[in-house]
Design a protein around this ligand. Structure first.
Ligand code: PAF
Length: 281
């Protein structure tokens, strides 16, 4: 596995990989876990070469968020990627991604407006901008993202289509621990006690999704799920919404696939999760 930190050698290395076949990109912020490894495994199914980027993108963190403390484990990450058969690790410095004078923002409207877009102003501009840059730097044939960040996936799909990138964006199903909790680099912030309480999130989502699929009233199912999450010890629920699975608009038509999405805070740690809700009727 090659590890590259500068743009000129990246371009040369990518040209050599491309000469041998298709290239997949898995963008990450590091602190890799089994969720990332599932993205890489899926990438290998679709492409001859897998490129992984590790870049803790400052522009997607708001003031007071965890940019400074975000877990960074470059050596362990690099070993995991080598073992997984990744061809190239792209690990740019912040000054390479955002050189002096950088003045461009990629802003997606619509799908960014609610939920994390409302709770974290500027977050999706940061994500769309850095992913556009990574797409232009690596120019992959396909790119893979986890469904765990479902709204992010919708934003990136929109951006990739709108900007005619020609890159196929593939979403990969959320990886979970045996107790149902979605894998996330931010789970590292949880105490043992809060990690147990966190089980309430997928459990409440699962029950609500099942109730709605069976024809139950979405508002009632959501109220029930909110109460269960609060009872478990979460101090705040940023949102718990049923949305159209593709457009993320509220009040999805019952005959369309929907998604139930949640963000909630436990002892200051913000966890997100989501589940599909099949069309009803
Ligand atoms: O999901 C992430 O890890 C990040 O938001 C991404 C897509 C790598 C952009 O920084």
């Amino acid at each position: 596995m090659q590890t590259i930190r500068q743009l000129a050698p990246l371009r040369k290395a990518i040209a050599a990989l491309r000469a041998e076949g298709t290239v997949a990109l898995v963008p990450t912020m590091g602190a890799l876990h089994a969720g990332h490894m599932a993205l890489i495994a899926e990438a290998k199914v679709h492409a001859r070469h897998v490129v992984v980027s590790i870049f803790v993108n400052p522009t997607q963190f708001g003031p007071g968020e965890d940019l400074a403390t975000y877990p960074r484990r470059p050596t362990a990450d690099s070993n995991m990627l080598r073992e997984a058969g990744v061809s190239l690790l792209w690990m740019p410095e912040a000054a390479t991604v955002y050189p002096a004078g950088f003045a461009t923002t990629v802003s997606v409207s619509g799908v960014t407006e609610a939920m994390d877009g409302a709770a974290r102003p500027g977050h999706f501009d940061g994500v769309a901008t850095v992913v556009t840059k990574l797409f232009n730097q690596v120019r992959p044939d396909i790119a893979l993202f986890g469904e765990k960040d479902y709204q992010q996936l919708a934003v990136i799909r929109r951006m990739a289509a709108d900007l005619d990138t020609g890159i196929k964006v593939i979403g990969v199903v959320t990886q979970r621990d045996a107790d149902g909790v979605a894998l996330s680099s931010r789970n590292a912030y949880l105490t043992e006690e809060n990690r147990v309480k966190a089980r309430a999130l997928p459990r409440a989502l699962g029950e609500a999704a099942m109730t709605i699929e069976k024809g139950g009233d979405p508002a009632e199912a959501i109220a029930h799920a909110r109460a269960a999450i609060e009872r478990a010890g979460f101090e705040a629920i940023d949102y718990l919404d049923l949305r159209d699975a593709e457009t993320l608009t509220a009040d999805p038509a019952p005959d369309r696939p929907a998604r139930l999405l949640v963000a909630a805070r436990i002892d200051g740690t913000r966890l997100i999760d989501n589940l599909p809700v099949a069309p009803r009727g």
